[in-house]
Design a protein around this ligand. Structure first.
Ligand code: FES
Length: 84
């Protein structure tokens, strides 16, 4: 299993991370700008982890209980070029 995108908006997490880093967006601002996380919401825990760690490809299920939603999370610049 490989999870690497917001299925509803057809946006790769790697693309979303680059946008968040380049525009210094918070998670809330990223979701607002792209629509990611705004439909079914299943990608939100992945987006939270992405913003926190820089990870953009997941081989395990990340549930809401694993990554609490924090709209103020920002993708640190150090993660911008790192693709995991
Ligand atoms: S998978 Fe991202 S909103 Fe549905």
């Amino acid at each position: 299993m490989r999870i690497e995108r917001c299925v509803c908006k057809k946006r790769l997490f790697s693309q979303l991370k680059l946008k968040a880093a380049a525009e210094r967006l918070s998670l809330e601002q990223l979701c607002e700008a792209t629509g990611a996380g705004r439909e079914c919401g299943k990608c939100l825990p992945y987006l939270c982890r992405m913003m926190r760690t820089g990870q953009v490809v997941f081989c395990e299920i990340v549930a809401e209980a694993d990554e609490l939603y924090d709209p103020t999370l920002r993708c640190e610049q150090i993660h911008a070029a790192k693709v995991i």
